[in-house]
Design a binder for this molecule. Structure first.
Ligand code: GRF
Length: 208
């Protein structure tokens, strides 16, 4: 059955927001998916500029404004609910979300990671792949759980690392792949084609 109204997402981002841009360009305003808010911990984040340029509401949740992480994540969660969002999309959001936030939005928070998880989790995944001499790396879109980059993968795509490949070149190809994969994964979720296996919460099933 087709949804009558757009699938509502909020995006959290700390940086320049090229993934946000891909989401805005490829999904937003097409009727199927609507970006209903962009939040950041950094008032100067380029992502906020991009959101404003697209006429999307923005919010800043700076650490200094809250007593602790729990208070900040509670405020973000209230904002997500006020926006009536179906999904929270992390796009270069450089803060760890509390377990309480993850529980509040269980299986409704997704992240993109520039490696084929479980390989190279955490910071600087591209540098890790180069340092390890990996011949293949890639991109993972996954549900967020209480760990760091440990949630169940939804969509993964690999790319070869040519011998002698420099950091700049690898960053370029990984980011280009991210900009394809994230909108694709979000569209699949919006279409109701992504579900957690009832018998194993680590397994994601994608229906055709
Ligand atoms: C991306 O590489 C993403 O995989 C990682 O953070 C980076 C964000 O880049 N989680 P941008 O701000 O979307 O350009």
């Amino acid at each position: 059955m087709r949804r009558m109204s757009a699938f509502r997402i909020v995006v959290l981002a700390s940086g320049s927001g090229t993934n946000l841009k891909a989401i805005l360009d490829r999904l937003h305003g097409g009727g199927e998916v609507e970006v209903v808010g962009v939040g950041s911990d950094k008032p100067e984040a380029g992502a906020l500029e991009r959101a404003r340029a697209a006429g999307v509401e923005t919010a800043v949740f700076a650490a200094a404004g809250y007593e602790d992480r729990a208070a900040r994540d509670a405020a973000i969660g209230d904002w997500v609910e006020e926006r009536d969002a179906d999904l929270v999309v992390l796009a270069g959001y450089m803060q760890l979300l509390t377990a309480a936030f993850v529980r509040r939005f269980r299986n409704r928070v997704v992240n993109i990671h520039p490696a084929l998880l479980p390989a190279f989790p955490g910071l600087d995944a591209i540098g890790q792949a180069l340092a390890a001499g990996a011949e293949t790396t890639g991109v993972t879109v996954h549900f967020v759980d209480e760990g760091v980059d440990t949630g169940p993968p939804i969509l993964q795509r690999s790319l070869p690392v040519p011998s002698g490949c420099g950091r700049e070149q690898l960053e370029r190809t990984v980011h280009a792949l991210e900009h394809e994969l994230y909108p694709e994964a979000i569209r699949m979720i919006a279409q109701g084609r992504v579900r957690i296996d009832a018998s194993d919460p680590r397994v994601v099933i994608v229906d055709d």
